[in-house]
Write a protein that binds this ligand. Sequence first.
Ligand code: AMP
Length: 344
Amino acid sequence: MCNMAAPEDEHDVAENGEEEKKTFRDLGVTDVLCEACEQLGWKQPTKIQIEAIPVALQGRDIIGLAETGSGKTGAFALPILQTLLESPQRLYALVLTPTRELAFQISEQFEALGSSIGVKSAVIVGGIDMMSQAMALAKKPHVVIATPGRLIDHLENTKGFNLRALKYLVMDEADRILNMDFETEVDKILKVIPRDRKTFLFSATMTKKVQKLQRAALKDPIKCAVSSKYQTVEKLQQFYIFIPSKFKDSYLVYILNELAGNSFMIFCSTCNNTQRLALLVRNLGFTAIPLHGQMSQNKRLGALNKFKAKSRSILLATDVASRGLDIPHVDVVINFDIPTHSKI
Ligand code: AMP
């Protein structure tokens, strides 16, 4: 799943091979953050980082066309942390994401990169107690990572909380935020944050809705693109199996048996089917765990963590987990139901 493209396989950045040798320092990243990258094992910046970080440090708005696995979180987190270091301030940056799981993943990267400089972040997503989130916001973290709906809830109902001093807005997976009908929420948020701010908009694809949002929210942005439409990782092997649908379950179990010992993510179109298949394969002795929108947020996080910790070999999920999650040890991804959107 960690579909980080090798630095040399796209000519737009690494035409003469020179870019490959770039370091974070070359991009203008300060020593303390370079050290943080090193500690995370990030030896060289990725393509999106090479493109976006210098531009962001110049104070420009960015529209980044990049997918999960490209290192895009680092591409927006590093410039935010660096400018935060230069002028420390609470409630400095807001990152909007489409799903709760992504929000936690982004916050982990902020915490990891910012631990040595004492950066505090708060995750504000649905399905979790409002009160404890209100308390986290009262402590005025530097970075808020939120899904749009719950953030609006706090902006409207949590006393003393506002984003009027915000300096950075990041919209991550903007195409997906808009596809999930968060458009009104995003508009509301744009109205209560300063116009005088920097905005980074990241999206895997450039849809009409994303273009509209870009016009509304960004000022003279620089485009940083590292992915073409529908790009998949070069080394990824893809197969399809053409079978009568009544045999799908048996074929699935056959594959799981044949490839036993690997780690699987299986995507289904409905919560019910996810749950049913989880029971089916569990009864057959596989260690499987479901992840879908009808589970409580605690259960969803628990499921993901068990899978990440490799105590379960199969994660059965609906599209709440279909994009954006970065789980490096996954060996096999099965689309049990064909996704209804070609982009997914
Ligand atoms: P993202 O695309 O932001 O979800 O990042 C995907 C994965 O790449 C995460 O696990 C990051 O920790 C990792 N990553 C980000 N930047 C680098 C880098 N420069 N070198 C190695 N790994 C990185």
